[in-house]
Ligand binder design. Structure first.
Ligand code: PLP
Length: 418
């Protein structure tokens, strides 16, 4: 059974201090998980996780991950600015280009980030640089469909990212001519993979491709970037990924493919987002309305503007009614927010215990791609973020938006509401 990472009494205390809705993060869980990942790849001396900032762009969270030895993966100007402000620099920052404007690229270069090129045309930007970076990563898109044991996991051929196989060779040759000395190879072929096989299959493919490229071009490959994509058990019957088994299977591919090719010194790096944070965040909300028409509805003070995944992907997020964890699931509800948009539902036909107005509701696994995908549709405001620290105390790590924030980009005379 899925339970919140805080008990009902503690949650009520926290909700008495911070008005709902808010995202709550579990520092102890984040740290323990980051340490497990590090242990799983400890066989690779230069292993590093570059946390995908877009998953949870909060400085307090980034600081915790930095203390656990992580770097950051950024894709935009503002993500780079955030990383810099938190104190990441040089090759602690991976910059994943993707239809990138020159301005973003130049800041990445300025910070000394490792630039992960997404296209041959990205090479045009090099003419604007005072010096050529020593180390460059290349993003590979193998096209077609990506299968594990005959099961189609995703369709890279439909994805906008990366270079084709012939383009990889061309890019490496051009970069060698420009004076680049060290190369990395990256691919991101599926999201939220909860099979232990994803990283090992991907790693083997990238290891083999790096060996081929080295043979073709004599380029020196010093790291392989497995990117993100490891999933988490959103549903109560999902099996969590066994990260120790994943690390061991990647090691096996490394030993079989890279070591014999003379690439045994290469670093393995990752850019996990979801795996690092999703289970260690809850969206805490209050049931504020109840409605019985053709179906029974519970309305929360949170809405899709605070957590978009259910509306956008039909994603499952487990729900706990605080204090009723052990009660039988005798009712069936749609749990909704207040947007004028019928996809604003956190759950549809969900079996739950009877819910009363005022009940605290925990929506699970919102620590990654939760707050960060928020938006302001209908003039809804983004919530606060609260950190539950290891010693049991809490810290407001982002205040909730106010109407003033919403109107900040307009020059509008507003009547004072005080
Ligand atoms: C989104 C993203 C990630 C993280 O993905 P998760 O599914 O959260 O692990 C890593 N790398 C890149 C380049 C991304 O765009």
């Amino acid at each position: 059974m899925k339970r919140p990472f805080v008990d009902a009494e503690k949650l009520r205390q926290i909700a008495a201090e911070y008005p709902t809705p808010f995202h709550l993060y579990d520092e102890a869980g984040i740290r323990a998980n980051a340490r497990r990942l590090k242990k799983a790849f400890a066989w690779n001396p230069n292993f590093k996780e570059y946390f995908a900032v877009k998953a949870t762009p909060n400085p307090a969270i980034l600081k915790i991950l930095q203390e656990e030895g992580c770097g950051v993966d950024c894709s935009t100007l503002t993500e780079l600015m955030l990383a810099e402000a938190v104190g990441f620099k040089g090759d602690e920052i991976m910059f994943s280009a993707n239809m990138t404007p020159l301005e973003d690229f130049l800041l990445a270069y300025d910070l000394g980030a490792i630039i992960n090129l997404d296209d041959l045309t990205d090479l045009d930007y090099f003419q604007h640089l005072p010096r050529i970076p020593k180390k460059i990563c290349l993003r590979y898109n193998p096209g077609g469909s990506f299968s594990i044991s005959n099961e189609i996991m995703d369709v890279p051929g439909e994805a906008k990212y990366g270079l084709t196989r012939p383009q990889l060779t061309e890019a490496v040759q051009k970069l060698l001519d420009l004076g680049v000395q060290q190369f990395g190879l990256h691919a991101f072929l599926t999201s939220n993979a909860i099979t232990d096989d994803y990283y090992p299959v991907l790693a083997k493919m990238l290891f083999e491709t790096a060996v081929e490229l080295q043979k073709e071009t004599k380029a020196r490959f010093t790291f392989i970037n497995l990117s993100g994509g490891i999933g988490v058990p959103y549903r109560p019957d999902d099996q969590a990924v066994d990260i120790m088994a994943v690390g061991a299977a990647v090691k096996k591919a490394f030993t079989e493919v890279l070591v014999p090719a003379g690439l045994g010194q290469a670093a393995v790096v990752t850019e996990l987002g979801r795996y690092m944070l999703a289970p260690y965040g809850h969206l805490v909300a209050t049931a504020i309305r109840k409605k019985e028409i053709y179906k029974d509805y519970i309305g929360l003070d949170a809405c899709a503007a605070n957590l978009l995944r259910p509306a956008m992907y039909g994603a499952y997020h487990h729900i706990t009614v605080v204090g009723k964890e052990d009660q039988p699931l005798t009712r069936q509800y749609d749990i909704t927010g207040g947007l004028c948009e019928n996809n604003d539902k956190f759950a549809i036909d969900r079996r739950l215990p009877p819910i009363e107005i005022g009940d605290l509701i925990v929506i699970h696994d919102t620590g990654a791609h939760g707050f960060s995908m928020g938006y302001n549709y209908n003039g809804k405001l983004r919530s606060a973020e609260v950190l539950l620290k290891e010693d049991g105390s809490t810290e407001l790590i982002r205040r909730a938006e106010t109407p003033q924030d919403y109107f900040a980009t307009l020059d509008l005379p507003l009547r004072s509401r005080t």
